[in-house]
Design a protein around this ligand. Structure first.
Ligand code: MN
Ligand code: MN
Length: 316
């Protein structure tokens, strides 16, 4: 039917063998003919508490080996309409956060220049700032759907301006965001002061606290966000710690009382139709992932993101 890349079927090669690429897709050496590029950004030097996200991409790929191409709930078939490839890991500099962020920005500039939609497997959340810099250079300021236990709007951490906890303040300061189209979903936990969330709300950020979402379906909320965004270019940044540690314990800064896996699925699925220009899933830390469930959830959420990416046929 098509010449698009297909994941290796479990009927052709046992699922525990084959390449350690996302869903055992071909690893592409070039971006020629690729519509969606999945890549690892194996980095944990921007984190403030537990490390280990440098091993995230490798483990997410390993857990993705059991995912099959058809989404039996939504009917999505991403491999029928887009050429999706794993392009390997970015060669970050593990001895320098600043240099790594520069490498990510340069890599994204090159990828976006080809029209390919990038999907990143983190890595800690500091990877998202250089990605947003590249996105804004390409598309102008973007809408952002940011799913996270934390707002990541600190001014600095130990004097450092670029860390996993400062991403969205920097992005706001640098004019990378459509400020009133930034949706921070799943926020909770303890803060440094009672007004921690007020300042980003003053910039226009829209907050959806986890406690407001407990015991609720997220389908309606996500549909409202979709309508509010309209056709604007939108970046989806999914911090796995948005989920409750019961579902995703393998992460650097866990917070209790989080979203469920089912809410994560509802949220992503209801965003179908948004003009997504890129996505990431960050903060999976395999050393703290004793049962492997965190990487398994992450792999499946990334698959669900592929299922909602605008395909070429949508644009016609
Ligand atoms: Mn985060
Ligand atoms: Mn977080």
């Amino acid at each position: 039917m098509t010449e698009y890349n297909q994941p290796i079927s479990g009927n052709d090669l046992a699922r525990f063998s084959g390449p350690n690429t996302f869903m055992r897709l071909p690893q592409a050496a070039s971006l020629d003919g690729v519509d969606v590029a999945i890549m690892g950004i194996p980095m944990d030097i921007g984190t403030s508490w537990r490390s280990g996200t440098r091993f995230g991409p490798k483990q997410i790929r390993a857990e993705s080996a059991m995912i099959r191409p058809y989404n039996m709930t939504t009917g999505a078939a991403p491999f029928d309409t887009m050429n999706i490839a794993d392009i390997g890991d970015l060669a970050i500099n593990t001895f320098s956060l600043q240099d790594s962020l520069r490498i990510i920005k340069d890599s994204y500039d090159a990828i976006l220049a080809t029209g390919v939609v990038p999907v990143a497997m983190g890595g800690d959340h500091s990877i998202t700032l250089p990605i947003l810099r590249a996105m804004a250079k390409k598309h102008g300021p973007v809408a952002v759907i940011h799913v996270d236990a934390h707002a990541d709007v600190n001014d600095e951490m130990f004097g450092e301006k670029e860390t996993h906890g400062t991403v969205f303040r920097r992005a706001q300061e640098e004019g990378l965001l459509i400020s009133d189209k930034v949706y921070q979903i799943g926020l909770r936990g303890t803060g440094y002061g009672p007004d921690d969330f007020k300042e980003p709300q003053g910039w226009g950020f829209q907050h959806f606290l986890a406690s407001e979402l407990w015991n609720r379906s997220l389908s309606g909320m996500a549909a409202e966000i979709r309508r509010d965004i309209g056709g604007r270019p939108t970046y989806l940044s999914y911090d796995i710690d948005s989920l409750d540690p019961a579902f995703a314990p393998g992460t650097g800064t866990p917070e209790i009382g989080g979203l469920t896996v089912m809410q994560g699925l509802e949220l992503i699925r209801a965003l179908k139709g948004v003009n997504l220009v890129g996505c990431d899933l960050v903060e999976v830390s395999p050393p703290y992932d004793q049962a492997g469930t965190t990487a398994l959830v992450a792999a499946n959420l990334l698959y669900e993101m592929l299922c909602i990416l605008p395909s070429k046929s949508d644009a016609e």
